[in-house]
Design a binder for this molecule. Structure first.
Ligand SMILES: [Fe+2]
Length: 233
């Protein structure tokens, strides 16, 4: 056994399956055949030495990307990225994308009846520090309808992508808010069963709230092992 395999694997069902019938598009995209083993080469197992050189510096404040201040509830989101032993994962790039406070994305296929905000793009990027910590400032996204089934609404969520050290190590997940009644009726959230689904829900934290300025949510991310954060396939 090599060192890289010496970790306690996740419990069965702790990650969402690639096929979850109530989430309609997984029926179309889930593989119906067994995966094909493709040996990894340097292309897959390595990445740039310095992501910042490739991608630019962090964009940690989504509320200052335009002339004005975006509408909505200003929030701070922070947490730690950790491995299976809860050791910090430093210097990893987290990409962030989300709807605006009305639940609308800037996207050609998003044209439902909610306003765009000229002061909010909804995209950012942060890099974890030596303790694996990250933090960004944004506005709380709104819920939005989607065509999965009759009267389907996505709970408020922020998409997060963790690049890791190589192109093949990218992990993608969604963060939800603890006071949202839509979570328990959302097929995407429900593709991860309880209690694991709770790992996708951020924690409101009064300690890191900034008085007279912003609410604060904490969302720790564990990359693998017994406490792994559920990730999209
Ligand atoms: Fe979304």
């Amino acid at each position: 056994m090599t060192e890289s395999t010496l970790y306690r694997p996740e419990e069965p069902g702790a990650q969402p399956p690639s096929l979850f019938a109530p989430y309609g598009s997984t029926v179309k995209r889930a593989p119906s055949l067994k995966p094909i083993f493709i040996p990894q080469t340097l292309t897959e197992t390595t990445g740039p030495n310095a992501w910042a050189d490739l991608m630019g510096e962090s964009l940690a404040d989504l509320t200052t990307q335009h002339k004005g201040v975006p509408l909505g509830q200003r929030i701070v989101v922070g947490g730690r990225v950790m491995d299976d032993e809860h050791r910090p994962v430093a210097n990893t790039v987290i990409e962030i994308w989300q709807a605006n406070s009305a639940g609308r994305y800037i996207h050609v296929r998003d044209n439902w009846d909610a306003p765009l905000d000229p002061n909010f793009t909804g995209a950012g990027r942060v890099i974890t520090d030596a303790e694996g910590r990250y933090q960004f400032i944004t506005v709380r996204p709104g819920a939005y309808p989607w065509g999965n089934h009759y009267n389907a609404w996505r709970p408020a969520h922020i998409h997060l992508s963790l690049l890791g050290p190589a192109f093949a190590t990218r992990l993608v997940t969604q963060m939800y808010f603890p006071d949202d009644p839509l979570i328990e009726i959302d097929p995407i959230a429900n593709a991860t069963p309880m209690p694991y689904r709770q790992r996708l829900v951020a924690r409101f934290d009064i300690e890191t709230t900034r008085p007279n300025w912003a609410l604060s949510y904490l969302f720790d991310i564990v990359l693998r092992g017994r406490d792994a954060t559920p990730m999209e396939g």
